[in-house]
Design a protein around this ligand. Structure first.
Ligand SMILES: Cc1cc2nc3c(=O)[nH]c(=O)nc-3n(C[C@H](O)[C@H](O)[C@H](O)COP(=O)(O)OP(=O)(O)OC[C@H]3O[C@@H](n4cnc5c(N)ncnc54)[C@H](O)[C@@H]3O)c2cc1C
Length: 396
């Protein structure tokens, strides 16, 4: 966006949001210096929750949602401007990506008016955080193998089963759960998309400590967990369609917000390379330039996805494959720029959590996950091969 001519409206919008951010990213918000992104999630959490409320009060959550659902109906250009100014201001990393960018567009597309009225305002105010209950021990890439079950008893669903790798479950109020509601069904038939409250006796959350030392994801156990009969999105037993629609949002459009963080990280690598006098290394210099070019391509791809209205199709897999690989490579680059220092870890003990990682080491380790979550690279290639290019299906 910096490279093209802005309309007068867009220029005014840029000035307004830059002024607002300059006035508000102060005190403890400024002290965070934009930290708290993926892999760094536990940093300044309470401050970031307070910041989310500030954003909510000023109407900066749900920027791109339609006005009739409480959003600002901001244009694509304005959303890009917001993301750019947000990076520039080093505003705190956001806390409710799943609610704002995944569940909300799904509710707007597939939810009932009652569900929309009930859940969208809590997200817009920054009050209600959401997590994603898809993966299970035997259902990751093969999501249709979901074994968590839900049955109707009176006016409630009773949910039983286990989810795993549930990001932010320990700090979420609600979980959107893919569960089998037709016990005789197999594979993707007979599943439903349920909205389940987390704060109840039937839900147990156990954090998983990662190699980065953080515990941003969890195991979640449902043991007769309850939710209201009406809290199923789409038709009962037709949850696969809704679950896939949400994945389209996850793989495509929502990456714009994520790119805010990527831009900041790339700036950091460039600054590091300069201060460590690494830019004279021709191979490293070329990798830095490649990273810069890759980020531009990613932005334009995200804008192309966003410009297409409705539920993103399989082409969202292009974005996921591209950004996942790009960010993993940025992690490698960061460690290579550090040189031998990158290999030294401060602190005692080999157990995760017992050592102090440098920010760059955290990113290197966490970015290994980028080619796995939201659908692994291999799965994205299958989707593209089969559903976009029309190649023969792989043998099962
Ligand atoms: C940081 C992080 C956060 C996550 N957050 C969440 C969350 O909030 N909610 C949630 O529900 N899940 C979450 N996940 C889980 C994520 O969606 C799964 O890890 C992912 O879908 C892969 O599933 P899996 O781990 O079971 O691996 P598997 O499916 O067992 O795959 C293992 C390997 O086999 C490959 N493979 C599998 N099938 C095929 C195939 N048909 N063709 C070729 N190769 C194949 C995969 O690419 C992979 O390399 C998260 C994961 C990570 C790493």
């Amino acid at each position: 966006m910096s490279d093209v001519e802005l309309t007068a409206d867009d220029a005014r919008f840029r000035r307004d949001v830059a002024d607002w951010l300059a006035d508000h990213v102060v005190g403890e918000y400024a002290e965070l210096e934009g930290r708290g992104g993926p892999g760094d999630d536990d940093v300044g959490f309470d401050v970031r929750v307070a910041w989310e409320h500030e954003l909510g009060k000023a109407g900066f959550i749900g920027l791109g949602w339609p006005v009739e659902f409480g959003g600002r109906g901001a244009t694509l250009e304005q959303q890009v401007i917001w993301a750019e100014e947000y990076t520039r201001a080093q505003a705190p990393a956001r806390v409710n990506h799943m609610g704002e960018n995944l569940l909300a567009p799904t509710l707007i597309e597939y939810g009932t008016p009652e569900q929309q009225e009930r859940f969208l305002p809590g997200i817009l105010r920054g009050d209600e955080r959401w997590c994603q209950g898809y993966s299970e021990p035997n259902a990751g890439s093969d999501l249709a193998n979901v074994a968590t079950r839900a049955r109707l008893e009176g006016d409630e669903w009773l949910v039983n089963g286990q989810k795993v790798w549930t990001s932010s479950a320990h700090v979420s109020h609600w979980c959107f759960v893919v569960a089998r509601t037709d016990p005789s069904s197999e594979r993707h038939r007979g599943l439903s998309f349920l909205l389940v409250p987390m704060e109840q006796p039937g839900v147990e959350v156990r954090p998983i400590v990662q190699i980065t030392g953080g515990g941003e994801f969890n195991e979640v156990f449902f043991d007769d967990a309850r939710t209201e009969a009406g809290l199923v999105v789409g038709d009962v037993n037709d949850g696969w369609r809704v679950a896939m629609g949400l994945l389209g949002f996850e793989r495509g459009v929502s990456t714009l917000a994520q790119q805010v963080g990527f831009e900041r990280e790339l700036d950091h690598v460039l600054a590091l390379a300069r201060t460590r006098d690494r830019t004279r290394d021709a191979v490293l210099r070329q990798r830095l330039v490649d990273a810069w070019i890759g980020l531009r391509l990613m932005k334009w791809n995200a804008m192309r996805s966003m410009a297409a209205k409705g539920v993103p199709g399989p082409e969202a897999s292009i974005s996921k494959l591209f950004w996942g690989s790009w960010h993993r490579d940025l992690g490698n680059l960061m460690i290579d720029v550090l040189g031998p220092d990158g290999l030294i870890i401060e602190g005692a003990g080999a157990d995760a959590g017992s050592y102090e990682l440098k920010l760059e080491q955290k990113l290197f380790l966490f970015s290994r996950a980028d080619t796995i979550y939201g659908g692994s690279n291999e799965i994205q290639r299958n989707v593209l091969g089969e559903r976009v290019l029309g190649l023969p299906k792989e043998p099962t």
